[in-house]
Ligand binder design. Sequence first.
Ligand code: SF4
Ligand code: FES
Length: 248
Amino acid sequence: MKKIHLIITRQDSPDSPPYEEEFMVDYRPNMNIISTLMEIRHHPFNKNGVQSSPVLWDMNCLEEVCGACSMLINGVPRQACSTLVDQLDHPIRLDPMSTFPVVRDLILDRERMFDALEQVRAWIPIDGTYDIRPGPRMNENTRQMAYELSKCFTCGVCLEACPNVNVKSNFLGPFVFPQVRLKNAHPTGEMNKRERIGAFMDDGGLQGCGNSQNCVQVCPKGIPITTSIAAVNREATLQSFRNFFGAD
Ligand code: SF4
Ligand code: FES
């Protein structure tokens, strides 16, 4: 039977050293990376026939919606659920993305992304404690743009591809730009635009982007990250003038 050769970087705990282990998995047509990992889970014997522990990974939706299964597949950051074995060079290398702390094997801690969204106040404060009514309708062009931006599923792939996201920098990552733009474009979210842009002008925000444009090439949802960076930069420049001249 045809076999799939997998070389996987494993790590037993957040503090233990990484090591490689190889597996041979029975091939079936139309397998994705998750199904190869499931095969290892059912039959955890490595390439040398020695029993090992099952490789651990994260997943929820299995349809490229939750972002939990992001990993490096043959060196490219992408989702394991939507990557088909038939479209890859062999042997297949699986590594955890380097931008995030490893919890175990291919499971990552993506908390830095949620902390970043909190830092730039990427939410619309509708908490029911006061009556803000439905608000104005969004015009159709803005709605279409907002829909594209809302597809971000915090998968972390753009952080992995960005040379400015590294241990020496506190750059929050490319994904925050579209989210700030999205919340600022909302008729209700616009109320907190100044506060949101202000938070983004702090450390780790706008200054961190080096314009390498890797992010837009790897984003699985085709989110217009670079045009969002330009849009947020423009808003920040206007905000600086307003702050300087004391205008609203
Ligand atoms: S912007 Fe794209 S690549 Fe970055 S986290 Fe969102 S969906 Fe993933
Ligand atoms: S399992 Fe949700 S994106 Fe892959």
